[in-house]
Design a protein around this ligand. Structure first.
Ligand code: FO1
Length: 335
């Protein structure tokens, strides 16, 4: 009996999720993968709608991403940014937009100004880059992640010194996420509806993967969209999370510091506590093998496997570990 093709739906943020998705696509085929991507990082700059996590996922699945930074396009040129920097007045180049990346934002902004939804534009960008996986925003409605941080005098351009609420990119790029975080909120989440196809993708999935992204600001906004969090929780027995924290540290970005700032434990145990309502299993790196018992005490099966994706082969191996943790190892020639 020819088994139906596997269907994998992944909750994705930026760089770590993009690598995970690349690994999953290489194991089960890109057509079997649906990514539901965070849009809380989206920002309007120079009048252009920029969707960093959607673009990072799309460019990475296309094999077109800048390997050094993890975001933006490979082989980029910066003529527009350098020309923009030549003008007087406040710095307009703090968020680097490459010349070809700008075309994506021009296309997205142009199409949305004529009534296209973010879902429609994201599908068109994926087609243009030859991406066969489905790339869905978490919602077509605006959701804006805003961070309350404690700024120093040197952060005067961002409103410092003192406690200031800034947009996510002001925090992540402008302030280099180098400031303590006091609170995070997702403006608009309560009124946001899941993007078309997102709920169906969660319900139809043989396995739902919570990618190794920042639990607070990359997966958090997605789970805050009414209906999405509940749909993931309802599939808990078929949901596998991959820890973005290895040996107490984030592999990239501020996740460890942000978890600690916000009162969570920056460890696989802290991640297990956060994902307990949503996932039946957590994949942790071998460096955290000693914490497997504690992870399981929170009600998740703990699967110990190499969880640092230093290249495509490691990402594919982690994808196989995720599928094994979901009990689907037999489906792709795994054990
Ligand atoms: N991250 C930076 O640290 N500096 C940048 O100048 C920058 C520009 C940028 C442009 C387009 C894009 O899609 C992503 C970009 N990022 C930059 C990364 C971005 O801030 C993060 O990928 C996410 O928002 C967090 O996952």
């Amino acid at each position: 009996l020819k088994e139906a093709p596997l269907r994998i739906t992944a909750l994705a943020g930026g760089v770590g999720a993009a690598k995970m998705l690349g690994g999953l696509a290489s194991v089960v085929g890109a057509e079997a993968v649906t990514a539901i991507v965070n849009t809380g990082d989206d920002v309007v700059l120079h009048g252009l709608h920029v969707s960093p996590d959607i673009d990072t996922v799309t460019y990475t699945l296309a094999g077109a991403n800048n390997q050094a930074t993890g975001w933006g396009l490979a082989g980029e040129t910066w003529a527009v940014m350098s020309a923009l920097g030549a003008f007087e007045g406040p710095d307009l180049t703090w968020f680097s937009l490459g010349d070809r990346d700008l075309a994506t934002h021009l296309f997205r902004t142009s199409r949305m100004s004529r009534g296209s939804t973010l879902s429609e534009v994201s599908a068109a960008v994926a087609r243009r880059f030859g991406v066969r996986a489905r790339v869905l925003p978490m919602s077509d409605d605006p959701v804006e992640t805003r961070v309350t941080a404690v700024l120093g005098p040197e952060d005067a351009p961002w409103g410092g010194p003192g406690r200031v609420e800034v947009g996510f990119q002001e925090y992540f790029v402008g302030l280099r996420h180098a400031v303590p975080v006091e609170a995070v909120r997702f403006v608009g989440a309560d009124a946001a509806r899941p993007a078309p196809g997102a709920l169906e993708a969660l319900e139809a999935a043989d396995v739902v993967v919570i990618c190794p992204s920042n639990p607070v600001v990359s997966i958090g906004p997605l789970l805050a969209v009414p209906g999405l969090g509940a749909a993931v929780a309802a599939r808990r027995h078929r949901t596998v999370a991959v820890s973005p924290i290895v040996a107490g540290r984030a592999l990239k970005g501020p996740a460890d510091r942000m978890l600690a700032d916000l009162g969570y434990e920056p460890s696989v145990a802290g991640v297990a506590k956060m994902w307990a309502p949503f996932a039946g299993a957590l994949v942790v790196d071998r460096q955290d093998a000693a914490l497997a018992g504690e992870v399981e005490s929170y009600g998740l099966r703990c699967h110990v496997a190499p969880a640092v994706m230093s290249g495509p082969a490691e990402a594919a191996e982690l994808a196989r570990s995720v599928l094994r943790a979901a009990g689907l190892g037999h489906r792709f020639g795994g054990d």
